[in-house]
Design a protein around this ligand. Sequence first.
Ligand SMILES: [Ca+2]
Length: 671
Amino acid sequence: MEKVINIGNCATPIMCLLIVCSILSQTRPVGGESAFFQRSGENIVVNGGFELEKDGIPVGWSAPHGIASLDPANAHSGKFGLKYARTDRNDYRLVTQQIPCIPGKIYEASVWVKGENIKDGDQWDQGAGFCIEWSDENGKWLGGVYPPCIVGTFDWQKISTIVRIPKEARRVSIVLYLCRRNTGTAWFDDVEVVQVAPPLASIQMISPAYRGLLLTPTKGKKISAKISINREEHGLVGKPLEIISELTDAKGNSLSKGVKVLQGDEEETILQLALPELKPNEYQYVCHIRIGKKELGKLEERINVVRQVEAKVYVDERQRLIVDGKPFFPIGLYLGPTEEEHLARISEAGFNTILCYGYGVGRDPEAYMERAKKYGLKVIYSVKDFYEGTRYFPKVGKSGLELARDYVMKLRDHPALLAWYINDELPITFVPRLTEMYELIKSLDPNHPQFQVLYQIPDLELYYNCTDIMGVDPYPIPSRPIDMVSDWTSSAIKAMNNAKPVWVVPQIFDWSVYRGGEPREPTFQEKKNMFYQALIHGAKGLIAYSYFDLFKTTGRKEAPKELFEKRWKEVCEIVAEINKLVPALLEGEDVPKLQGVLEKGKVHVRGITHRNKLYILSANTSSDSLHLTLPLPDRCWKSASRLDGREEKVKNGQLVLQLQPLEATTCVLSK
Ligand SMILES: [Ca+2]
């Protein structure tokens, strides 16, 4: 009855890394932030308080003998708590219960935990806690959520999380456990899993997508918004609804109005409202949701019509970052050390952006910004730890929002500032707090966008209204298919309605740095392939993870100097190549006919025209050598060469190209 948890909750001293998944939901609720995640049901855990027992065994639970027992001396409530004692660090038996979750629905899960002498093992995961995992019909693990565990000796504490069970889940279990190779005693009690109702409706602005900013002239433009209705949770299944959208001025005068009827089974719709010519000013966009004459709720967004965007850094209608009036393609690195030696090296390699975790409290962020400026690097400033209760929250007697305010006020005018990093993989439980953070920083600093990075791909949509730029960090090598990069990039773009930009965090590190075992870092071809996949599928920025890991080898040991140098040379080569593509990426036009996945999913392609050239980016994600004949959209293209100057054949309106296993490359075609 040994249960194996595939991957524990993540944690490294510098960063939280990825892997598990849950699923999607909506955003900005009707009725304010308090309407997020309202409980709407009974506890679905059997005997969550451990009060029912048969022959000394708690009813409803699978509790391994010799490790788990009912304890009348330690209950959080009632007569019993469940004691879980591990002395043999290799004994990884766990307490489980299968629970009747409905796939696709959202639940709040919580457990009270008490601990005595819980010592971390030699692994990243440490402490006592719980998780929820799901599997397919054959019991194959599909994913789970792993709230942070607690280490040491501590009195009763509540651990809770919000989870959306994926639609493909067939069995769901709650697991009470001590992390692998940890020892000590934990007590559990009052285990609860309760369904929560999402809000009646939510809105995602598609146009304008960036902070309601709409440029004049407005005539001929449309306001476009995605409306989602949670019918089932609100008793509206099968009932036709009417949505009235309207744009009003400050005095409440109606300037444009539209009505759309949703059929009884429609849960999602895109509303479009044609605009008259509007003067620069603030306007209100309101959607009323009605059933018959009765209003069920309304959704509101502010529209700000301007002649030009004043912000120093913002996102334009093409989802490009605009910095001081010019399009900017961020090519960046996550880093730890920020001494001049490192910044000089990074800048010289052709990077233009850095993201350092370590400037929370007690260091000199202004000096860091100055150093970055000296080397021509832009900074994505991290405030990702300013959430109480998270692992690296600085305990200095201030709230997270107060800390954020301090840092934003201090740094918002610094010329090296590019964006604020407000979330590093925090799960959907944090969406209400991320929304508070986003709104606060937006009000304090209208001059810089905000950026988040997530691995929770099915959940991305839920974060739509609390970020300006979405990031994803696919790290497939060596355990997942390399085209995970394409999948995640495309999924993120879809979740952002192709309206908010997606940046990708390519993997340049070796997983064994964190997990131990045999070293297996991405090869040069694999790294380049991953960068290319992100670009081919539409990433508007690349921030690689990470510079500091280039200095490490398995188990966080120091890498030999030669190994760092080899890795750095490879990274430099890739960045130099991408820099050659940047003008086309920023200013070029996509060629729809040269967009897609060919050769049974093996080759990813994107064509861009720019200044009388056609750039064809391609990435072979298979381990086959492929002979590609690519029909060109136009007969005008006469010759082709790679970025390194090698000639390729154009014949009968087709580009003929040989791609080595995992090769990624660009062909530039001329007339
Ligand atoms: Ca109890």
